[in-house]
Design a protein around this ligand. Structure first.
Ligand code: MN
Length: 735
């Protein structure tokens, strides 16, 4: 049989092993589609190009991914290298496959240049974010693995480039996803090209002493196996040399030669269930001397990338230390294939794969580990996979990390505030775009600047998505547009103040203003207006703070008054005097205040006997209102003045009469005023003023200001006035 076809059948067999219901026709047509598409191409080693996608599909099947992923792996280079299109692939193999292929193609197109570590991390995140579907990343890793395996046919320059990219980008991603096996192979393959001499030194040394190593491995393995049989523990034991790159790293980190690297050997004991793991551990520690401080329980506390095992280092024959890892088969599979391993468990539950839900499931799995490291991992994955970030390139190939939805404005200010302030145009992938266009992962963004640029406008504040850009725009507006800011700020502050029902004079009062400015942290109102104008502070926030401060100031005043009253009462008690003041000139006692100035409000003209309340005015003492006066109504009391309303009561006093205003409504007739005047004269009531006016329809209103002793006398007078012919109402004036 044709060797290529043979490889295809091997793939089909591998897929069938874990997909009993495999649609072989669909898989085969994907293979022939790829074979036809790539028919003109050859690999560097001369073999038909389709051997590459076939090998990638094999790796994907080895990971245990679903059939769509295997098909996508077969087609992964079609869009990039051949006439095939997204639409055509979707038509033949379904939209999910087309999207996977599209995803891998996008990752392939990312231009890579080696940078410092921070840039690398951004680039890794960008790839993850671009992938959206985690399977895209897994297929891409498989693709890279096969390319690295066949890298010896490439030019030296290309070998080094790809090896560096693999070491800096793909191996760390494989590690993050818990795919240890892929990670190790990618690292060792990369090292081969990045430091051929160092690589050879290690492999040569290992090969020279291979008999010693093999003997040691075999000896220890036999010893462990014998002990396990004795303990009747069903398990498999594997011994191996540590992989080259981990030895290499150790040598460089500790600056030692290969002869001094002591833990070259690693053993694995794999069992069926967790409790057996701890039994095995007991046996191993009984058999060999454990190295203190080297035991790690990653079963109780899994690593962030889901890795689980018990690790211990023990001393074997001739004092040679070695590591033993103990784990179940499930854990083993997870350690080797990481996130990919979980496809196997998921399969069959609902058959739906590769959507966001499927990732949601991985997330839940990780969350269920309830471990802070795992949480951290979930958080990173969320950032990576759920794209609340966007990654774009500068024309120089630097990766810039911005919040999702970021615009060219955010990009420009991320580069430098001078770039943002002088921006006149923005290009994305070489095309001029509007400033508010959201950037996409992988976009190459270029900012056109000019010395004569107008600078940012206020609208940019709304367009920008990053705090950084907004802050920088704010800074600029603050500096360059002060006059304008003050006008803008003042008008929005004043309108917000009106809305809150606070008068400007309540703020500008001499004793209050300094405290208010301190509260909002400004030296003057003008400074505050400027800040509101450039957006450093919202008018609403300023007004809220000021209102809180006014309430506080008034509460302090009331508290001060209350404290004074308490002190007075205490003093009075000490002198055996009655605590309450029972006499005052005006006949009014203000709670907590002695000898204060009292005046009777003109709006409601209270008389002795009326239920009353007091209001502490600014500089005119306490003004007394009737409790039914609209000006004293609870709903009309301003929040900032609540502390000024005080309780008052009637006490004995020198004042004999109180002025009060009445309004008499009557039929308009001759002699009305005369009759009213004579009723008042008969009752011996002093009249301050009396005026009458006709209001049409033969009706008249008479306003009188009289002086009465108390409420009782007033009521009597009102009854008498009501009895006058033609009068239909007698009312006290309020408000
Ligand atoms: Mn490829």
């Amino acid at each position: 049989m044709d060797p290529v076809l043979e490889r295809y059948y091997a793939l089909e067999e591998k897929a069938r092993q874990y997909n009993p219901t495999l649609d072989a026709n669909r898989l085969f047509s994907a293979f022939t589609y790829a074979d036809n598409a790539h028919v003109q191409q050859r690999r560097k080693d001369g073999s038909p190009f389709v051997t590459h996608p076939l090998a990638v599909a094999e790796i994907v099947a080895e990971m245990g991914l679903d059939i769509d992923s295997i098909i996508a792996a077969l087609l992964h280079d079609c869009i990039e290298d051949t006439q095939a299109t997204h639409e055509e692939i979707a038509k033949f193999f379904g939209t999910p496959v087309a999207e996977l292929v599209e995803g891998v193609t996008k990752l392939t197109r990312v231009q890579y240049t080696s940078k410092e570590e921070e840039q690398m991390e951004n680039l890794r995140k960008m790839l993850m974010a671009m992938a959206k579907d985690i399977r895209v990343i897994l297929i891409k890793i498989a693709d890279r693995l096969h390319n690295m395996r066949t890298m010896n046919y490439q030019r030296e320059q290309k070998q080094r480039e790809k090896a560096l990219e693999t070491m800096q980008i793909y191996a760390p991603i494989a590690h993050r996803l818990g795919m240890q096996k892929m990670k190790w192979e990618l690292e060792d393959l990369s090292l081969q090209y990045l430091d051929p001499v160092g690589y050879e030194e290690i492999t040569k040394s290992l090969a020279q002493r291979s008999t010693v190593h093999e003997e040691f491995l075999e000896h220890i393995q036999n010893k462990i196996e014998a002990r396990m049989r004795e303990a009747k523990i069903k398990c498999q034991v594997f011994g191996r040399m540590k992989h080259v790159y981990s030895i290499y790293r150790k040598m460089h980190k500790q600056n030692i030669g290969i002869d001094q690297v002591y833990d070259l050997y690693a053993f694995r004991v794999i069992v069926d269930d967790i409790s057996e793991c701890y039994n095995v551990l007991g046996c191993i520690h009984d058999l060999f001397k454990p190295v203190l401080g080297r035991f790690k329980d990653y079963i109780g506390t899994p690593k962030p990338n889901m890795y689980q095992s018990l690790h211990t280092t023990v001393i074997g024959r001739e004092g040679i230390p070695f590591e033993v890892q103990i784990r179940t088969w499930d854990m083993h599979h997870t350690a080797e294939y990481g996130i990919a391993a979980h496809w196997k468990y998921k399969r069959g539950l609902d058959g739906k794969l590769g959507t966001e839900e499927n990732f949601e499931w991985v997330r839940k799995l990780l969350e269920s580990q309830q471990d802070t490291d795992a949480e951290e991992f979930v958080r990173t994955l969320k950032v990576d996979m759920f794209a609340d970030e966007v990654f774009v390139f500068t024309p120089q190939g630097d990766v810039i990390n911005l919040p999702a939805g970021a615009t060219p404005i955010d990009f420009a200010y991320n580069i430098h505030s001078a770039v943002g302030n002088h921006m006149t145009a923005a290009k994305v992938n070489n095309r001029i775009v509007p400033f508010d266009m959201p950037l996409q992962n992988g976009d190459i963004v270029e900012i056109v600047t000019s010395k004569s640029a107008h600078g940012p406008s206020r609208d940019w504040m709304k367009i920008a998505k990053s705090n950084e850009a907004r802050n920088k725009i704010r800074q600029w507006l603050k500096k360059e547009r002060r006059e304008e800011n003050i006008v803008h700020g003042k008008s929005s502050f004043e309108s917000e103040l009106r809305h809150a029902g606070i008068s400007m004079s309540a703020i500008t009062e001499e004793t209050v203003l300094p405290q208010i400015l301190k509260k909002v942290s400004f030296g003057s109102l003008e400074e505050m207006y400027a800040a509101i104008g450039y957006g450093g502070l919202t008018a609403l926030k300023a007004v809220n703070r000021i209102r809180d401060e006014l309430i506080r100031i008034n509460r302090m005043r009331t508290e001060k008054i209350a404290a004074e009253r308490m002190a007075q009462n205490n003093a009075a008690q000490q002198q055996n005097q009655p605590p309450r003041q029972l006499h005052s000139e005006t006949g009014i006692a203000v709670e907590g205040m002695e000898n204060c100035l009292v005046k009777f409000s003109r709006c409601c003209t209270p008389v002795r006997g009326d239920p009353v309340v007091g209001f502490i005015t600014k500089g005119y003492g306490v003004s007394i209102h009737r409790t039914d006066c609209p000006n004293a109504a609870l709903e009309r009391r301003k929040p900032e003045e609540l502390g000024r309303w005080v309780r008052v009561s009637w006490v004995e006093g020198d004042k004999m009469t109180y002025r009060t205003a009445l309004e008499v409504a009557s039929k308009d007739r001759d002699g009305l005023v005369m009759d009213i005047a004579s009723v008042l004269a008969v009752a011996k009531i002093r009249v301050g003023s009396l005026s009458a006016r006709s209001i049409g329809k033969s009706q008249a209103i008479v306003n009188v200001m009289i002086e009465v002793k108390d409420l009782e006398q007033l009521k009597g007078v009102m009854t008498k006035l009501h009895q006058i012919s033609g009068v239909f109402s007698v009312k006290r004036m309020t408000g």
